[in-house]
Ligand binder design. Structure first.
Ligand code: NAD
Ligand code: TYD
Length: 349
């Protein structure tokens, strides 16, 4: 079994690569990533010498390159995570999201189609998507697999479009696809532009914590290790052509989450209680900011038996511990272009 994992040097992708290498040692795993600002081979330093791991630096927006790669390797399966993934960046540069997330996904589908020649026995194209395609909930209700798509940000619109292409290639060409839409992930190796690692880094450096709007937006948080496990379950047991929602039944308003994070950080850093929370600074809201995401993952739980393994409080504490023990990783990814990004995103907000 030879699996291609795209975006394996990123946050979730690196956990998926690690999970497959450790739990399916008879598989060959090829990680295809073009190492954007979000991709970092250091994320895989604990597994990258395993004999069944290969890394290929390459760009999914290059269709000819993908055709050659598939001809050379005859992959049995694809787990597609490579994407531009940050909503704020999609507001600054929407086109980049169309090119990577939509065109890149179609290029991969074309390469799989050409390589598999309508012989789909044992083949699988697994597309990793987000709950943000469903739009925004009010105070009540949950996203199910049947919730109509209603994306609001350029990021979620590009992911919605890529999901539609994946389903279209199943319906039109018979490509054996499966899709999952997951809620917000957190954990080790997440680039510090996303809420939790950004705020951990800012608390460490006693920098302001920029809370968008009133901090009342709600997200449903899932530990990334649990997401990687769900991806394994769906890759092996999910039904072709189906969609599975993945989520933690773990809703937090941003401000409650931030207060919890501040309390954990104060304790871990030996600071006086309440010190980190003083860094909270309310800033101009994100344009088109979705109020609430919340996932109904009962299909995945009932049909395939997956459940999250740990509570949010435990997962968040493990996450803080990891960032505190890996400050060289943080320093490394926040050098270079990070400061420019930060200034552009937050100055004058
Ligand atoms: P990330 O930004 O941390 O990583 C993306 C990876 O893709 C990086 O390694 C990057 O180098 C690579 N990449 C980007 N453009 C590429 C290209 N043109 N060619 C090859 N590689 C390229 O993202 P993430 O948070 O790990 O998200 C991974 C996937 O999961 C995405 O598809 C995202 O939409 C989806 N998702 C993320 C979350 C979340 O909370 N982070 C939740 C649900 C779904
Ligand atoms: P983020 O981690 O960017 O994930 P997403 O937008 O995909 O849900 O943001 C999570 C929530 O935190 C979202 O409601 C926006 C908010 N947020 C802030 O308040 N301040 C920040 O600096 C960032 C990055 C996010």
């Amino acid at each position: 079994m030879h699996i291609l994992i795209t975006g394996g040097a990123g946050f979730i992708g690196s956990h998926v690569v690690r999970h497959f290498l450790k739990n399916h040692s008879s598989y060959t795993v090829t990680n295809l990533d073009n190492l954007t600002y979000a991709g970092n081979l250091a994320n895989l330093s604990d597994v990258d010498t395993l004999p069944n791991y290969r890394f290929v630096k390459g760009d999914i927006t290059d269709g000819d390159f993908l055709q050659r790669l598939f001809e050379e390797h005859h992959f049995d399966g694809v787990i597609h995570l490579a994407a531009e993934s940050h909503v704020d960046r999609s507001i600054s540069n929407p086109t980049e999201f169309v090119v990577t997330n939509v065109l890149g996904t179609v290029n991969l589908l074309n390469a799989a189609k050409a390589s598999w020649h309508s012989d789909f026995e044992g083949k699988r194209f697994y597309h990793i998507s987000t709950d943000e395609v469903y739009g925004s909930l009010g105070r009540e209700g949950l996203f199910t697999e049947n919730t109509p798509y209603d994306p609001h940000s350029p990021y979620s619109a590009s992911k919605a479009s890529s999901d539609h292409f994946v389903r279209a290639y199943h319906d039109t060409f018979g490509i054996p696809v499966v899709i999952s839409n997951c809620s917000n992930n957190y954990g080790s190796f997440q680039f510090p532009e996303k809420l939790i690692p950004l705020f951990i880094n800012n608390i460490l450096n006693r920098k302001p914590l920029p809370v968008y709007g009133k901090g009342e937006n709600i997200r449903d948080w899932l530990w990334v290790v649990d997401h990687a496990h769900a991806i394994d379950v769906i890759y092996h047991q999910g039904k072709t052509g189906e969609t599975y929602n993945i989520g933690g039944h773990n809703e937090w308003t941003n401000i409650d989450l931030i207060r919890l994070l501040c309390r954990i950080m104060d304790k871990k850093l030996g600071r006086t209680s309440g010190e980190s929370e003083k860094l909270v600074t309310y800033v101009t809201d994100r344009a088109g900011h979705d109020l609430r995401y919340a996932i109904d993952s009962s299909k995945l739980q009932h049909e395939l038996g997956w459940v999250p393994s740990i509570s949010f409080e435990k997962g968040l504490e493990l996450t803080v511990d990891w960032y505190l023990s890996n400050q060289d990783w943080l320093d490394n990814v926040t050098s270079g272009g990070y400061q420019r990004y930060y200034d552009e995103m937050y100055s004058g907000r």
